[in-house]
Each structure stands twice: as structure tokens, then as C-alpha cells.
Write a protein that binds this ligand. Structure first.
Ligand SMILES: Cc1ncc(COP(=O)(O)O)c(C=O)c1O
Length: 441
């Protein structure tokens, strides 16, 4: 794909045929889609959870597979006519198992939140205990936020990071687990920039006889590429999204062991997970998205995928280094993965910083920092990620330049002159590193 120089994506002309029909039927929506595509092409996405899916992935989604009802699983559907759908979903399942070294895979969760909901439903009763990662330290909304179903239905307690090092402190995890005695422990993060030690989590889970779940929504691509410790064999269940570092369609995925090691006489863990998804929390699966998930998993088997993930980490490290050089406070002083969180509280309001960066074509999201005293809507930090700029082809030199431009804007948030200069620099970079260049809409 154009703009993916160096990561092995083939360069070709592609087109979403149905866009032509859309133009005739609904020009209003067609024109807005075109504008959004231009916005994505014309800006640098530094939102750690976003990426550019390939034309092949996008094409699989824009197919009549969307028409099909396929409640159930391959070979066990509630509707007829699933001969080809079964094959597609089975291929995707086998690819997921192979890539994540998992015994069982379920490709049906509509999203990462749905994947987590299905696992909780399968393993934890309403009101029962789950130990998660504190949201201000890097946990996700679905890891027990009071405003989310997870915090409303289940009894959550949290471990956090060490105040000095800003790293997960396993003494604290163990202490929290022994005190709380949860049924499920989450080794799961959405804005934590360091590696997760699943082995240590498992030792603690064993000690308190809890299930262990890793939500690797962010780091899935790094895990597949062998650049982050593997969650299996330590975890019972692993959830992920498919659209972040994995670079597939928007969606969720659950991987698990087959046997239930805590309750061997009950249904298997795999059966529990499958019924947690359907009929537990979902009806008909999105088979067009499942086909696109299978495609992205095939792309992840290409050696170029590992090369891409290596560059993602390298770009992340370079950016963190530059932010530090520019005098910004990077949480835990750096990153081992694709993201970092920066404390911007001494420079201004994080919402204003996010919006001003967006105006010059640098897209980020505001984010809590450990022990944040500010509210989630207006926290003290911003989160920066390297996956999307790396897909465009930016390497170390440009990653440093982007971090420098961002730092300049953050430090001069009221200077119109500097914002104008940065906007023009960003324009030059996006022109040099185009995305979806030959993709006709
Ligand atoms: C760790 C983690 N889990 C779950 C989710 C939810 O995924 P989705 O937005 O697909 O529901 C996210 C989203 O950013 C995430 O970071």
C-alpha cells in the first residue's frame, strides 16, 4: 500500500467499488466520507490506539458478507447458508491461534469492550471480585470504571504503579491480591508504556486461585512480532482489539486455553468463553469484519510485519527521548512499546493542547497520569503513539522531528506564529509520507 514503504505492503491500485454506488445514492454521506479520508491522509495520527488498515482489510469489510446471519460458530449455526462463512471464520480462528500461540480463539467480539464483557460474563458472577490496573495508571474504562458496565456489575479493586518509578510494583499487586482475593486478575493496560511480566502475574494468580486475563488490545502487534513477552502459557484468557498495533479492522478477539484449570469439572474454558460471546452478550457476528480480521492476521504472518513493529518501538523510543530533551515529563522516563504518556500540566490545559495540536494536523488524545488529581475529562496528561506514523513510513529522523514539533507547540500554546510554522512543517511531512496514495475512493 502506498505510504507503507519498508513494511512490505504491496503497492497497488485498489478501489472500493461500492463507493461509486454510494456517490449516486447518498452524496451527502459520500462527501463526508471523502472529507474524513482526506483528513486522515492530511494529518499525522499520534493517537496510540489508531492505525491505517490496508486496502485488503478495508475491501473485505465492504462486501456482502455483511448481509449474512451466522449466529453460532462454524459447523453449529442457527441459520442455513453458512458454508463459505464457516470456512472464512475457521481460517481466521486458525490464524489467530497460530499467531498468539493460543489453544482457542473467538473472532466474534464486535469490539475490545465486547471481548472484555464476554470474558467477565463467562468467568465472574455479578458482584464478584476482579482485580484490575488503576485507570489513572493506565487501565482501561472496561477494567472497572464506575461509569462503565464493568464497574457497575462487578466488584473491582485495583493495583497501581510505584509513585517514584511509575512502574507496576509486583509487591503491591501481590498485596492487593492477597487482601482482595479476586476471582479474576487483569494484567491489562491502555496507556502503560512498559513491558508486562505475565509470569509474575500468574504466580500471584496461582497464590490466590484466580483466573488471569491479559487485555493486550494495544500491544497485540508487538506480542505477535515477539517484541513483547507472550501472555501464553501464563494467562487463562487474552483479549485484544484488532485495529491498533495489529492494524486490522475495528473489532475484538478472544484467545484462551481450552481447559479450565480452576474448575476442571465444569464446562471447558473455551466453551465458557464462546457462550460468553454468543449467546451471552452478542447476537449475529459481523462476518464481513471477521473476514477482515482473517486478512489482517494473514498480513501479520508476513516477515515485514515484524520489521514494522520493530520500527514502531524504535520510533516510540526516539520520540520519548526527544520529549525528555525538550524538557517534557514523560511518565516512567520513556517507553518499551508503541506509546508514552506526557504530563503537560505545567504547560496548560490538556484539552486545549489536544485541540491545538489537532488544528495543525497532529492528532493525539488527552490522558490521565498516575495519581492524577484532575478529572478524566480534563486530565493532566496526553498520550502519544507511534503505530500510525510508522505505517506511513516515518523513521527515526522524522519521529524525532515530529516530537520536536509537538514539544514546540506544547511549550508555546498561545503563539499563533509558531502554530503556523508547525502546520506548514506537518504539511511537508504528510506529503513526503503519503497514505492510501493509489487507493481510489
Ligand atoms: C486495553 C483496551 N481494552 C479495550 C479497549 C476497548 O476497545 P473498543 O474501543 O474496540 O471497544 C481499548 C480501547 O482503546 C483498550 O485500550
Amino acid at each position: 500500500m502506498a505510504g507503507r514503504k519498508g513494511d512490505g505492503q504491496e503497492k497497488r491500485k485498489a478501489s472500493l467499488v461500492f463507493m461509486k454506488n454510494l456517490k449516486k445514492t447518498d452524496p451527502q454521506i459520500y462527501n463526508l466520507i471523502k472529507k474524513e479520508i482526506e483528513r486522515q491522509k492530511d494529518g499525522l495520527v499520534l493517537i496510540a490506539s489508531e492505525n491505517y488498515a490496508s486496502p485488503a482489510v478495508l475491501s473485505a469489510m465492504a462486501t456482502p458478507l455483511s448481509n449474512k446471519y451466522s449466529e453460532g460458530y462454524p459447523g453449529k449455526r442457527y441459520y442455513s447458508g453458512n458454508k463459505f462463512i464457516d470456512k472464512i471464520e475457521s481460517i481466521g480462528i486458525e490464524r489467530a491461534k497460530r499467531l498468539f500461540k493460543a489453544e482457542h480463539a473467538n473472532l466474534q467480539p464486535h469490539s475490545g469492550a465486547q471481548a472484555n464483557a464476554a470474558v467477565y460474563l463467562a468467568l465472574v458472577g455479578s458482584g464478584e471480585k476482579i482485580l484490575g490496573f488503576d485507570l489513572s495508571c493506565g487501565g482501561h474504562l472496561t477494567h472497572g470504571s464506575k461509569v462503565n458496565f464493568s464497574g457497575k456489575i462487578y466488584n473491582f479493586s485495583y493495583y497501581g504503579v510505584n509513585r517514584k518509578t511509575e512502574l507496576i510494583d509486583f509487591k503491591e499487586v501481590r498485596r492487593a491480591a492477597l487482601k482482595f482475593r479476586p476471582k479474576l486478575i487483569l494484567a491489562s493496560t491502555t496507556s502503560y508504556s512498559r513491558k508486562l511480566d505475565f509470569k509474575k502475574f500468574r504466580e500471584i494468580a496461582d497464590e490466590v486461585k484466580a483466573y488471569l486475563m491479559a487485555d493486550i488490545a494495544h500491544i497485540a502487534g508487538l506480542v505477535i512480532a515477539g517484541l513483547h513477552p507472550q501472555p501464553f502459557p501464563y494467562c487463562d484468557v487474552v483479549t485484544t482489539t484488532t485495529h491498533k498495533t495489529l492494524r486490522g479492522p475495528r473489532g475484538g478477539l478472544i484467545l484462551s486455553k481450552i481447559k479450565d484449570r480452576l474448575n476442571p469439572k465444569e464446562k471447558t474454558l473455551a466453551q465458557k468463553i464462546d457462550s460468553g460471546v454468543f449467546p451471552g452478550i452478542q447476537g449475529g457476528p459481523l462476518e464481513h469484519v471477521i473476514a477482515a480480521k482473517a486478512v489482517c492476521l494473514k498480513e501479520a504472518m508476513n516477515p515485514s510485519f515484524k520489521k514494522y513493529q520493530k520500527q514502531v518501538i524504535l520510533n516510540g523510543k526516539i520520540m520519548a527521548d526527544e520529549f525528555l530533551k525538550q524538557g517534557l515529563k514523560v511518565i516512567s522516563n520513556g517507553t518499551d512499546n508503541h506509546l508514552m504518556v506526557i504530563d503537560v500540566s505545567s504547560f496548560g490545559d490538556s484539552k486545549i493542547i489536544q485541540d491545538e495540536l489537532g488544528k495543525v494536523g497532529l492528532y493525539i488524545n488527552r490522558n490521565a497520569i498516575p495519581f492524577d488529581t484532575r478529572p478524566p475529562y480534563n486530565p493532566s496528561g496526553v498520550r502519544i503513539g507511534s503505530p500510525a506514523i510508522t505505517t506511513r513510513g516515518l523513521k527515526e529522523k522524522e519521529a524525532r522531528q515530529v516530537a520536536r514539533l509537538m514539544s514546540e507547540l506544547i511549550k508555546n500554546i498561545n503563539s499563533q506564529k509558531i502554530k503556523k510554522q508547525i502546520k506548514s512543517e506537518v504539511r511537508k511531512i504528510v506529503k513526503r509520507f503519503p497514505i492510501y496514495e493509489d487507493f481510489q475512493w
